[in-house]
Write a protein that binds this ligand. Structure first.
Ligand code: NAP
Length: 336
């Protein structure tokens, strides 16, 4: 069985996902593409040698009868519109993070999906598919370190463009921690605070960098996340869970341990695309398999909304410099 897939947004990650579906994964075929920049869509079709329709709009692609499922990998503010349209057309849809740029946008998607009476949405949170995070989760769930008490995290990028501003540290960067920590701890956030340390000279005027986000969960776990997006030295993701009986750390990505010229060293990755490359493959294969089995299993629209509710509170905390409550609505049975 082959799932015919249409891609809306053929930028960095849209093109990468199209490549992996065409060259690495099984059971999916790119049959349609769209981008506001039509020549970009055309070059992807040429690069991959696809026989795919290039649509003038995302909506035309969604309503193409030859398209079974849609990948929304366009710019964040367009996600809600395309995801709702795909749901209303009765099509499975994989949406890159963020599901929508506000919690209200996510609620609109949830409403549409519940009206469709079927789970049609998978959100592109790939960390729960990463083998390192799976080992960490296994350590927690098996009781290996006792109950988790504290989590220390860091999300560091070498640099960001001038278009990246202070709230993006939350809704573009921290959003991955906001999703993976709920999953890892099987817990919900109840409050957020953001602290601004001394600013690096590498950040431009509209960006406070680094930032420290302090989160508290329903079970009382305290979490600190350092978001530092001009750290210069690499793309570095850290997560250390302090439990009652031990500490479990996210494994470092595999790299050559080198002894040379009186130094013992490991390379650190620079590009986010490389850090979770295997997890992207697994998440998209899970999406294709889910469609083939008529049952999606990956991060749901509810998970997308939960991250978005927490993200909104963190942005508010950046501005207010107060501890802000995070209030999650009751999860409907539909998403259990
Ligand atoms: P990107 O390179 O800018 O690609 C986005 C593409 O969408 C661009 O080609 C853009 O065209 C196009 N586009 C914008 N509005 C559109 C519309 N209305 N209809 C069709 N196409 C439209 O960005 P990216 O880095 O690939 O990011 C895309 C999404 O993926 C973002 O939401 C981002 O947060 C997410 N993402 C997730 C991960 C992850 O780890 N899961 C990693 C990277 C990105 P123009 O350039 O001409 O505007």
């Amino acid at each position: 069985m082959t799932i015919n897939i249409g891609v809306i947004g053929t930028g960095a990650i849209g093109a990468d996902h199209a490549r992996r579906i065409s060259k690495t994964l099984i059971g999916g075929k790119i049959v349609a593409v769209n981008d506001v920049n039509i020549s970009q869509a055309q070059s992807l079709v040429d690069e991959l040698g696809l026989s795919a329709t290039i649509h003038n709009s995302g909506h035309d692609l969604i309503h193409d009868d030859g398209v079974d499922a849609v990948l929304v990998t366009s710019w964040g503010p367009t996600h809600e519109e395309f995801v709702v349209a795909a749901i209303n057309a009765g099509k499975y849809v994989f949406c890159e993070k963020p599901l929508a740029t506000s919690a209200q946008g996510c609620r609109n998607i949830i409403e549409a999906e519940m009206q469709a009476q079927k789970r049609l949405v998978q959100v592109g949170f790939m960390r729960p598919y990463d083998s390192g995070y799976l080992q960490l989760k296994n350590a927690i769930d098996s009781g290996l370190i006792g109950e988790p008490l504290i989590v220390h995290c860091a999300h560091r990028n070498p640099s960001v463009p001038d278009t990246y501003h202070t709230p993006m540290a939350i809704h573009d960067t921290l959003i991955h921690e906001l999703d993976v920590l709920r999953w890892l701890l099987n817990d919900e956030f109840v409050s957020a605070q953001v602290v601004f340390p001394r600013k690096t000279k590498y950040a431009h005027s509209a960006l406070a960098d680094p930032q420290i986000v302090l989160l508290e969960t329903k079970k009382g776990v305290r979490i600190d996340v350092e978001v530092f997006v001009n750290c210069q030295y690499g793309y570095d993701i850290q997560c250390s869970v302090v439990g009652e009986e031990g500490i479990a750390n996210l494994p470092e990505p595999q790299s050559l341990l080198l002894r040379k010229e009186a130094k013992l060293s490991n390379d650190i990755l620079m590009d986010w695309k490389d850090r979770f490359i295997a997890a992207y493959d697994v998440e998209l294969q899970a999406f294709i398999n889910g469609i083939a089995n008529d049952k999606l299993t990956g991060p749901s629209a509810w998970d997308g909304m939960a991250a978005s509710v927490a993200s909104d509170a963190c942005v508010k905390a950046q501005q207010s410099q107060q501890i802000e409550p995070i209030t999650m609505p009751e999860q409907p049975a539909f998403y259990h």
